[in-house]
Design a protein around this ligand. Structure first.
Ligand code: AP5
Length: 218
């Protein structure tokens, strides 16, 4: 299965990508996760990316395209992949199309997650992450059983620097200007499925399963 999760920041793409990848045994390729890893490791790429990420701006296309190209050819992607947060511009989508065409493994579905703006802001501002094991929580919808410490490893949870109100506003604006055009782009290629992602996590997963199941045997 070769799929893309599209949608505004905070609609739940990462949460569902984890579940879908585990259920269908796919590689989860999240450009946000890859970039945050580079930032943590203080690589040159990470240092460059951090300047954009902290402000809620997109990292230059050439940087993220290189990261994804490397992941697509890793053995872990042989059984298929779910792309979370990529592509985010038409230029990225075209590069992805070219890379997949070269391997004769085209995309099968692009799922557009839809959540009202007020809910997205609530999801983002309440998100907390573990800086050690990268687990994600939400103060209201998915709280850690250990309060402000991580359920899995006990580390103190933190708020992502781009989940502060100013950066959230910028990310939503950037999404509208640079990423939302991909909805029409993939609709015109007859690859798009719309998903109401406003309900609880289990409900969204069930709806998503209905969209993806037909592709599981391919
Ligand atoms: P990235 O990490 O991709 O951020 P994003 O797309 O803004 O997505 P988020 O991780 O914020 O949200 P999500 O939809 O995954 O929601 P989640 O499941 O976490 O990118 C970060 C930055 O990296 C970008 O701003 C950019 O700078 C750079 N970047 C990344 N990719 C790039 C690219 N391709 N090109 C250029 N730059 C790029 O859920 C959010 C919260 O809601 C969590 O707390 C969760 O617990 C909760 N939640 C999830 N589902 C539900 C539900 N159903 N009900 C209630 N709460 C829920």
């Amino acid at each position: 299965m070769r799929i893309v999760f599209l949608g505004a920041p905070g609609v739940g793409k990462g949460t569902q990508a984890d579940r879908v990848a585990a259920h269908f045994k796919l590689a989860k390729i999240s450009t946000g996760d890859l970039l945050r890893e580079a930032v943590r490791n203080q690589t040159d790429l990470g240092r460059e990316a951090k300047r954009y990420m902290d402000q809620g701006q997109l990292v230059p296309d050439a940087v993220v395209i290189g990261l994804v190209r490397d992941k697509l050819v890793e053995p872990g992607s042989a059984n298929g992949f779910v792309l979370d947060g990529f592509p985010r511009t038409v230029a990225q989508a075209e590069e992805l199309g070219t890379a997949l065409q070269a391997t004769k493994r085209p995309l099968q579905r692009v799922v557009n997650f839809q959540v009202p703006r007020a809910d997205v802001v609530r999801r983002l501002s309440g998100r907390r992450s573990c800086p050690k094991c990268q687990a994600t929580f939400h103060v209201e919808f998915a709280p850690s059983k250990k309060g402000n410490a991580c359920d899995r490893c006990g580390e103190t949870l933190v708020q992502r620097s781009d989940d502060k109100p100013e950066a959230i506003e910028t990310r939503l604006k950037v999404y509208g200007e640079q990423t939302a055009p991909l909805i029409q782009y993939y609709a015109s290629k007859r690859l798009l499925s719309e998903l109401d992602a406003s309900g609880p996590v289990d409900e969204v997963f069930e709806a998503l399963f209905g969209v993806l199941a037909p592709y599981s045997a391919i």
